[in-house]
Design a protein around this ligand. Structure first.
Ligand SMILES: [Zn+2]
Length: 289
């Protein structure tokens, strides 16, 4: 009898605690409860310290390649195939990091200036000196995640369509990767201006919540339509329940520092706006006098 119960628990993943859902965050494993550098957090200008990081150097993200997409029961996950993995360095990162995979959260995990976006993409990287992601998570600075926030737009984002067709097809099928029909390019899912971003030290946002993850969340967003967001929301978990949301609640900042790099493009736009405003004021002033 005990053996039967054990086998059942083993099969459902309950024995080793690898079975978790977004409805039972309070029961997530150790570090998720006790960690002091957890993610996600609320990103706001008022708590951030401005810092001039070097720009990012990104290589290979523009390659068009085949990709596998799967519903892992917690998210939609994309793995690039048949290419040398794209790499990133600079941007204040302490080494060179290679792309492992991409996955999505709906709604966003990080909030920016107290706003929760409809979608957040995580491009998960590991430091090249480690063999793979599972090895890298054990080391400080072993993992770097680039986060991209999506804002609602009236029009569909064309780059999303091939991905969404597959997501729609496998919404009820957990753990069975499918090939994307069209080629995939990670670059289409990064903002064109990557000069502005928040930076802090955090964790994985799913169990075991390993810390030592360097987070970058770009301040420039990409568009997505409400219709496209609905396709993500229709995905199902292993238990065939709707995965209507898959974001972890905000975590305490504790004694961490959040840095903000302001895009030079944005600040030049701001200074242009300022000069236009000053010109307007001086015209008004000259008319008054
Ligand atoms: Zn994630």
């Amino acid at each position: 009898m005990f053996l039967v119960i054990f086998v059942l628990l083993f099969l459902t993943g309950s024995v080793f605690g690898n079975h978790w859902t977004y409805n039972d965050e309070g029961e997530w494993s150790n570090l998720c409860q006790t960690g002091k550098s957890q993610s996600p957090i609320a990103l706001t200008r008022s708590i951030a310290i401005l810092k001039e990081f070097h720009p990012f150097s990104m290589h290979g993200y523009g390659q068009s390649t085949t990709a596998l997409l799967q519903n892992n029961g917690h998210s939609a996950e994309v793995r690039l195939q048949n290419i040398e993995a794209p790499t990133v360095h600079g941007g204040g990162l302490p080494g060179t990091y290679q792309l492992d995979h991409l996955h999505f959260h709906w709604q966003s995990e990080h909030t920016m200036n107290n706003y929760r976006f409809p979608l957040e993409l995580h491009l998960v990287h590991f430091e090249q000196k480690h063999r793979n992601l599972s090895e890298a998570v054990k080391h400080p600075h072993g993992v770097a995640v680039l986060g991209v926030l999506f804002d609602l737009s009236l029009d569909d984002d064309e780059d999303f369509q091939p991905l969404l067709e597959i997501i729609d097809n496998l919404k009820e099928t957990v753990g069975e990767p499918r090939h994307l029909k069209d080629v995939f390019s990670a670059k289409s899912f990064l903002p064109r201006d990557k000069g502005g971003f928040y930076r802090y030290q955090g964790s994985l946002t799913t169990p075991g919540c390993n810390e030592g993850v360097i987070w970058t969340v770009f301040t420039n967003t990409l568009p997505i339509s409400p219709k496209q967001v609905k396709i993500f929301e229709a995905m199902q978990t292993e238990e065939k329940t709707a995965l209507t949301k898959n974001y972890r609640s905000l975590q305490a900042l504790n004694d961490r520092t959040v840095y903000l790099r302001v895009s030079p493009m944005r600040s030049s736009a701001t200074s242009l706006e300022l000069s236009v405003m000053l010109l307007g004021l001086s015209v008004l002033y000259s008319k008054l006098c």
